[in-house]
Every structure is written in structure tokens, then in C-alpha cells.
Design a protein around this ligand. Structure first.
Ligand code: GTP
Ligand code: MG
Length: 584
């Protein structure tokens, strides 16, 4: 299927032509038929000579209904421009064409209607000249009469050729279905319709609806008036939503593949064509089927920041148009450059931002995004419309390579500085590092730690065992030299002071495994435990505290806590009479 929107001045014969081509009535409302004028969008379809299907979105031509017209053409990439032979080029011919141009519509056909009433030549020449200046370029023209049906076979053939030119839809893309109509069907509930330009919908799918906390579920699907289990782009679809009240959504809302779109009320855009230095401060932004008031803040010569009155699911590269509803004037097309732009707080920030924007063209650019954002989750980029084809540095975090290298260097410096300032601590706490480097997630700190640094017990420090601060390491070496051959003699309190081993130093040495603490101010070298078990095993079993003290050649000050530690570790067992045995 391919979808074409009509365009053209009021009464030039758009609906008559659609009716003649399809046999269906595009003017759905009684009021439209009574007044002979289209007010809102109409939908009709027919089979072409090739066997393919064309669906029409028929738009109103009256200037009052231009917003409805824009909701119809927004999501549709091809246009059937209708000009009456007897009236020729008229104001809404021009305004509709300006809208198509602003949206960058590149595929179209010209039908010069009412050719039974006047020579179609002049109207055709003028219209083709006007159209040639726009994104549509040179388009084929067919003279027709909706009354006599003259020219309809040629128009059908031309539609077939147009269909063949259209780029193939991307059916793997996420769905963003702009709602153009919503209504209630008795017994089924809420139904919305739209033009599915990309992706695929299935009955049972869960979709996201902006502003709704809960996902909505596809209960039924219709396309071309028939129920279907699935519909792939391009298609006109009617979606029945389970359990969604009718007042929850309407024209301008979008049904989305969950998690794939960023809802934003702030975008930086490039103005197409003649950038208007005198752009009004408030305009209406039309994108998809949505129309949202925006405040315009000029940045560069052809770039502006738009503050939207409500958030929309926009992507980098989206085309939209700005219109001044008061003046009935399409101010121009825009291309979305950034859907999550930085705030402009500081002086000079706007000028700096303008320079950044000057480099952007609306094509998603991963390397550029990383350079500008430095650190961002892959999911956030995907939701902006930037495909991610880079390895995360940690979790789903992506980093600009230069920034990441810089962070690694800063981490090393911070750890070294921390070690100098807190020589007795076994490294810098991961969370302190995270704050210091202003990182949003501790997995990033963990990923930045490289040998010889390592993470141990929530701290980042040197990996080697001699990670002990030098004064403590020296003191431990002296203990070893002095007590190596009397391993169960612990230095007395005053000796510890001489050695420079206060409680904090002892704590550091114990954490590093360089000393063994039996009690306050009672420390041994760490191999003493195994040695003690060996000596005690050589005693007649069971043995008394006093026998142990003698065998170990030590004092009660050491022997009591040492045996208690051995008990706790299960190396010795204390019997009811206070004697012990070595557990083998
Ligand atoms: N003689 C003649 N009359 C036509 C032809 N096409 C349309 N008309 C008449 O022109 C009038 C307007 O036609 P519509 O098809 O309603 O025009 P429209 O472009 O859909 O108008 P809006 O939707 O209001 O913008 C009607 O009275 C039609 O009968 C044609 O090819 N020949
Ligand atoms: Mg009409």
C-alpha cells in the first residue's frame, strides 16, 4: 500500500477526484456533504492497474482548516496536488505547497481538475512552475475531470509510477503512529487511526502513549476496512485499544514502540530555506499529526531553540513546520538537530550553542553526540533517534573515547592524592571517587580502575601487597627483624609507640594482612597462628594454658588471646576443665 495526501485550494475538486478514483466518500460528515466542503480529513482507497493499493488522505482546502490539512500531510510522504483548470493557482494552492515544501515532501503528482470547464494548459504551466521550486521538484501532471472521468486512467497510471518511486518502508523501525482520528466503536471501545510510515503493528502489542503512565494494548487492527492480525508500513491503520478511554488520546497524540522515543518539550532546530530573522516569538509547530504552540528563541543565523507547550516524541532529523496561525502563513520548515539540548544559563552560552548547531545537519551522528555529551546511556541515544553501534564502557554507558581516557587519568590522580592525604586508608572509597569525578553511576568508576589499581572492599587502591603506607611498612619490617625468631613475643605498648605503631597504623597493617591483632596493643606477625598450632600439637594433649605459654615461650598477655583466637577458629578446643586440645 502507499498513501497519498491531497493538497490544493478550496473547491478545486480534491474530494470529487478521490471519490471518482475510489468510489468511496471522503467527506465523512453530514455537514461536509451539506456544505459541499471538506472540513476534516477523509480516507479512501482503491486498487491501481498494477494491483497495488493506494490510500488517500483527503484534506480540506479552506484556509480555516489548514491545521487539519497539516495533520493529514504530516505523516504522509507523497502528495496529489490538485488545481482547478478554471481557477488556476490560488492562495491555499500556495499555502499547501509551502507546507509540503517545509515538510520536505519529495514525491508528488499534479492533477489539474475541472478540465471539462476550461483549458488546463495555463493552470498546469503555472502550477508546475510553482511546484518545481520546492522539495517536490518537477512533477508529472495529468488533466482530469471528476465529472466526466476524462483523464482518470492516465492518473491511475501516474499514481502507479509514483508508487514505484517511493523508498521502501523500514518495517523493522520502531513504530510512531501519529493519531489523526479517534472515536469509539460500540462494543470495542476506543479506536484511533493513522498512517503507519515505518515499523509493524500486531494485535496484542503493547505501545506507549505520551503522557500515559501505563502502556496501551492493541486489541484489534484494521487496515483498508478489514480486520488483520498485523499491519506493516506503509499502511493506513485503525487500532482498537484495550482499556484506554477515548478522552485519553486524540489527534496529535502518538502510539509508540515502548522505550524508543524521547518525549521532549525543548528542541534545537535548523530553519529551512530563507531563515526569518523576524520570526515571531510564538508560532505553532506542526509535526506528524500534532500542532503545538512554541516559543522561538533565535540562536544562530538559521538555527533556533523551540520551547514546546507540551512534550512530543521527536527524533533527531525529524522534519516539521512552523506556522503563524494569525497570519495564515507557513513560516517555514524545520529540521530537528537536537531533542535534548543543554540549558543556556551562562552568558555567552547561546552564542556557543549556535556554533555547535552550525556543525549539525540533523543526520544522527553517534561520534558527534558522544563528543558533545561525553557520557550517555545507549538507551537515551536510541530514544533520540541516534543508532548505537559502539561498545559501552560499562553497563549501557557510552563514552567519548578522549573523555574516557581523561577520566582514567583523573581517577589515577585522585587515588594518588587521596593516598597522600590519607596514608593509612587502604585506598579511596568508590563513592568518593564517583563524586569527585562527577560520574553518574558507580559502574563507571569500577570500569575506570585499571592495574596497578584495583578495587578491594569498596575502595580503589594500589593492587600490590606493599600498598601499606611507607612508615607503616617500615615499622612492620622492624617488628619482623626484632621478633622473627621469637614469633610469640608481642611488642610491649611502649615499644609499639617507639616503632610508630599507634592504633591507626596498626589498623592499616592489619587490614593489609601485615600484622595480626590479638587484642588492643597486642600484635603478632601473621604467620604466628600456624606456627602456634604446630607447636601446641607437639604437646601432650590436653594441655594447660601454662604449658602452652611455656611451649610458645611467651607471656599470658599473648597466650590468653592467642588461645582464644585459636578456639574461635576451631584450631583448638577448650575442655570443661579449661585444658585444651589441638583439633586435628
Ligand atoms: N465540472 C466539474 N466540476 C467539478 C470537478 N471536480 C469538482 N467539481 C465540483 O467542484 C466543487 C468542489 O469540489 P470538491 O471535490 O468538493 O472540492 P474540494 O477540493 O474537495 O473542496 P474542499 O475539500 O472544500 O477544499 C463541487 O461542486 C464539485 O462538483 C470537475 O472535474 N468538473
Ligand atoms: Mg474536499
Amino acid at each position: 500500500m502507499f498513501v497519498v495526501a491531497t493538497a490544493g485550494h478550496v473547491d478545486h475538486g480534491k474530494s470529487t477526484l478521490v471519490r471518482a478514483l475510489t468510489g468511496m466518500e471522503p467527506d465523512r460528515w453530514a455537514e461536509e456533504r451539506r456544505r459541499g466542503m471538506t472540513i476534516d480529513l477523509g480516507f479512501a482507497w482503491t486498487t491501481l492497474p498494477s494491483g497495488g493499493t493506494v490510500a488517500f488522505v483527503d484534506v480540506p482546502g479552506h484556509e480555516r482548516f489548514v491545521p487539519n490539512m497539516l495533520a493529514g500531510v504530516g505523516p504522509v510522504p507523497a502528495a496529489l496536488i490538485v488545481v482547478a483548470a478554471d481557477e488556476g493557482w490560488m492562495p491555499q494552492s500556495a499555502e499547501h505547497l509551502a507546507a509540503l515544501d517545509a515538510l520536505g515532501v519529495a514525491y508528488g503528482l499534479l492533477a489539474v481538475t475541472r478540465a471539462d470547464l476550461a483549458d488546463p494548459g495555463p493552470a498546469t504551466a503555472r502550477a508546475r512552475a510553482e511546484i518545481a521550486e520546492t522539495s517536490l521538484g518537477a512533477v508529472p501532471a495529468v488533466a482530469v475531470s471528476g465529472l466526466t472521468c476524462a483523464g482518470l486512467p492516465q492518473l491511475r497510471a501516474a499514481l502507479d509510477r509514483l508508487a514505484a518511486q517511493l523508498p521502501a518502508p523500514v518495517v523493522d523501525d520502531p513504530v510512531r503512529l501519529w493519531v489523526d482520528r479517534s472515536f469509539t466503536v460500540r462494543g470495542s471501545g476506543t479506536v484511533v487511526t493513522g498512517t503507519l510510515g515505518a515499523g509493524r503493528l500486531r494485535v496484542g502489542d503493547e505501545l506507549e502513549l505520551a503522557g500515559a503512565d501505563e502502556p496501551v494494548r492493541v486489541r484489534g487492527l484494521h487496515s483498508l476496512g478489514e480486520a488483520r492480525p498485523e499491519a506493516a508500513a506503509v499502511a493506513r491503520v485503525a487500532v482498537n485499544l484495550r482499556g484506554t478511554p477515548r478522552d485519553r488520546l486524540g489527534r496529535g497524540d502518538a502510539l509508540l514502540t515502548p522505550g524508543r522515543f524521547h518525549h521532549t518539550d525543548l528542541v534545537d532546530v535548523r530553519l529551512a530555506g530563507d531563515p526569518a530573522a523576524d520570526l515571531p516569538a510564538t508560532l505553532t509547530l506542526h509535526v506528524g499529526s500534532a500542532a503545538v504552540p512554541v516559543r522561538v528563541r533565535p540562536l544562530g543565523p538559521d538555527t533556533v531553540r523551540l520551547r514546546l507547550a507540551r512534550p512530543l516524541p521527536l527524533l533527531v532529523g525529524d522534519r516539521a513546520l512552523l506556522r503563524d496561525p494569525g497570519r495564515h502563513h507557513v513560516s517555514g520548515g524545520v529540521r530537528v538537530l537536537d531533542v535534548a539540548p543543554p540549558p543556556l544559563g551562562r552568558r555567552g552560552a547561546a552564542a556557543a550553542r549556535a556554533q555547535v548547531l552550525a556543525e549539525l545537519d540533523g543526520r544522527p551522528d553517534l561520534a558527534g553526540e558522544l563528543r558533545r555529551r561525553r557520557l550517555i546511556r545507549a538507551g537515551a541515544l536510541i530514544r533520540m533517534g541516534v543508532p548505537v553501534h559502539a561498545e559501552p564502557v560499562a553497563g549501557d554507558w557510552l563514552a567519548d573515547p578522549a573523555h574516557w581516557r581523561g577520566l582514567g587519568e583523573r581517577l589515577t590522580e585522585e587515588v594518588a592524592r587521596h593516598a597522600r592525604e590519607h596514608p593509612l586508608e587502604p585506598g579511596m572509597p568508590v563513592d568518593a571517587l564517583r563524586q569527585r569525578l562527577a560520574l553518574p553511576d558507580r559502574v563507571l568508576v569500577e570500569a575506570l580502575v585499571r592495574p596497578p589499581l584495583r578495587i578491594h572492599a569498596g575502595r580503589v587502591g594500589a593492587a600490590s601487597a606493599n600498598a601499606l603506607p611507607e612508615p607503616v611498612a617500615l615499622a612492620v619490617r622492624r617488628v619482623r627483624a626484632e621478633y622473627g625468631d621469637r614469633p610469640f613475643r608481642a611488642p610491649e605498648a611502649d615499644r609499639l609507640v617507639d616503632l610508630g605503631l599507634g592504633p591507626r597504623e596498626i589498623g592499616a597493617a592489619v587490614r593489609a594482612g601485615a600484622l595480626l591483632r590479638l587484642a588492643d596493643n597486642v600484635v603478632l606477625l601473621p604467620d604466628a597462628l600456624d606456627d602456634a598450632v604446630r607447636v601446641l600439637a607437639g604437646l601432650p594433649q590436653p594441655f594447660t594454658l601454662s604449658a602452652a605459654r611455656q611451649a610458645l615461650d611467651t607471656t599470658r598477655r599473648v597466650a590468653v588471646p592467642l588461645l582464644e583466637l585459636l578456639d574461635r577458629r576451631g584450631a583448638t578446643r577448650r575442655l570443661p576443665d579449661d585444658a585444651r586440645i589441638v583439633v586435628t
